[in-house]
Write a protein that binds this ligand. Structure first.
Ligand code: SAM
Ligand code: SF4
Length: 358
C-alpha cells in the first residue's frame, strides 16, 4: 500500500470525471473530523459496486441487450476495494453494502467479503438478484457477510420472467431459503413496483412478508433505467402501497434508523414487517448518509448526481491513503441538498442504476 509522499489529486490527476452540479457553497471542505457535507449530514454508509455486469435484464434497470460495460482493467481490484474501504472505515463509515450490477457474478466475491469483514464494519451486507446466491450463501456467511437483500419483483413465474427478462422465480425463492439457513438474516426482499405491471401483487407480497418473516420493501421506480423509459405515471406511490395493505391488515410505523431510506411498518398483529422506499414521492435526501463507489472506482455522493471523483486515478497514480481520504471528503462535501427528481429541468443521470450500484 503506497504510504509515501502525498500527491495532491486535484493538481496531479484528472480526478473529477464530470462537470455535474455540485454543492459546497464555495467553501473548502474540512480536513478532519467526521465525513460531513456542507449541509451537516454525516456520512456513515458506503455502497460498493463490485461489477457493472449482470446476468439479468430487469426492465426498470437494463435494456434487453445490456449496457456498455467498462473495460475490465478499469474495474477496481479486490486489493484496491479493500484499501478504499479501510480508508472509508477510518473516516467513520460503519455500514457497507456490496452491489452492482450483480455482485455475485464477480468471480471470487467471497474473498472480497473476507477482506472487508476483517475491517470491522458493523454492517456488511449485499444486494443480489438471487440467481447465484444458493451455491454461495454458506461461504459468504462464513466469510463474514451479515445479511443479504434479495430482489424479486413478482411472485408469479410468468410475470417474473417478463419483468426480469432472464432467470427463474423458483431459483430466487430457493436462494432465500438457503441464505436464511446459512444465517444471512434478517432477510429483506426488494420489490420495484411498476404501475400496471406488478402493483396488483402488493397484497400478495404483504402476505409473503407475513408468512415468511422476510421484510418486503416496496421501492418506487426511479429515473435510473438505462432505456430512459421512466415516466412519472409508471411510479406506484408509497402512499398507495400503505393504503392497500392497511385495508387488509392494520399496520403501524416502526421507529428506527432515521437515515435509512426505507420507512418501516409492522403488522399490528405482530406477523411481520414491510418497508417502503419513497425516493420519488417523498425523498429522504435531508437525512441521506450514503456515498457510492462505482465498480470502476468513481465516488458519487448521490444516485442522481453526475459529479464524480475518481478514486481509481488516485490509487493507481501512487496516491496515499490521505489522498484517498481527502477525495472522500471532497465527494461528500460537494453533495447537493437533494436529488432534484421533482424539480423542473431534472435530467436523468448519464449512468443508469446497474452502472452506479443501487
Ligand atoms: N443486481 C442486484 C439486484 O438486482 O438486487 C443488485 C444491484 S440492483 C441495481 C440494486 C437494487 O436496485 C435492486 O433492488 C433493484 O431492484 C433496484 N433498482 C434497479 N433499478 C431501479 C430503478 N430504476 N428504480 C428503483 N429501483 C431500481
Ligand atoms: Fe441486474 Fe439488478 Fe439491474 Fe436487474 S436490477 S438488471 S438484476 S443490476
Amino acid at each position: 500500500m503506497p504510504t509515501g509522499a502525498s500527491v495532491t489529486p486535484a493538481a496531479a490527476q484528472p480526478v473529477r470525471l464530470s462537470t455535474g452540479r455540485r454543492g459546497g457553497a464555495g467553501r473548502s471542505c474540512p480536513t478532519d473530523g467526521p465525513l460531513v457535507d456542507s449541509y451537516g449530514r454525516v456520512h456513515t454508509d458506503l455502497r460498493l459496486s463490485v461489477t457493472d455486469r449482470c446476468n439479468l435484464r430487469c426492465v426498470y434497470c437494463m435494456p434487453e441487450d445490456g449496457v456498455a460495460l467498462r473495460p475490465r482493467d478499469e474495474i477496481l481490484t479486490f486489493e484496491e476495494i479493500a484499501r478504499v474501504a479501510q480508508v472509508a472505515y477510518d473516516l467513520g463509515v460503519r455500514s457497507v453494502r456490496l452491489t452492482g450490477g450483480e455482485p455475485l457474478v464477480r468471480r471470487g466475491i467471497t474473498a472480497l467479503v473476507r477482506r472487508l469483514a476483517c475491517i470491522g464494519f458493523s454492517e456488511l451486507a449485499l444486494t443480489t438478484n438471487g440467481m447465484g446466491l444458493a451455491p454461495l450463501a454458506a461461504d459468504l456467511a462464513r466469510a463474514g457477510l451479515h445479511r443479504v437483500n434479495v430482489s424479486c419483483d413478482s411472485l408469479r413465474s410468468d410475470r417474473f420472467a417478463r419483468i426480469r427478462r432472464r432467470g427463474e422465480l423458483d431459483t430466487v425463492l430457493r436462494s432465500m431459503e438457503v441464505a436464511e439457513a446459512a444465517g444471512l438474516v434478517p432477510m429483506k426482499v426488494n420489490v420495484v413496483l411498476l404501475a400496471g405491471q406488478n402493483d396488483d401483487e402488493i397484497l400478495d407480497f404483504a402476505a409473503f412478508a407475513r408468512e415468511t418473516g422476510r421484510v418486503v420493501r416496496f421501492i418506487e421506480f426511479m429515473p435510473l433505467d438505462a432505456d430512459g423509459q421512466w415516466r412519472r405515471d409508471s411510479v406506484v406511490p408509497g402512499d398507495e402501497v400503505l393504503t392497500r395493505i392497511a385495508g387488509t391488515w392494520p399496520i403501524e410505523p416502526v421507529g428506527g434508523d432515521a437515515c435509512a431510506p426505507a420507512e418501516r411498518f409492522c403488522f399490528t398483529d405482530g406477523a411481520g414487517e414491510i418497508g417502503i422506499i419513497r425516493s420519488v414521492t417523498r425523498p429522504f435526501c435531508g437525512t441521506c448518509n450514503r456515498l457510492r463507489l462505482t465498480a470502476d472506482g468513481a465516488l458519487r455522493n448521490c444516485l442522481f448526481s453526475d459529479d464524480e471523483l475518481s478514486v481509481r486515478q488516485v490509487v493507481r497514480s501512487g496516491g496515499s491513503d490521505h489522498d484517498v481520504a481527502m477525495l472522500f471528503r471532497r465527494a461528500v462535501w460537494s453533495k447537493l441538498p437533494g436529488h432534484g427528481i421533482n424539480e423542473p429541468g431534472f435530467l436523468q443521470p448519464a449512468r443508469s442504476m446497474s452502472m452506479i450500484g443501487g
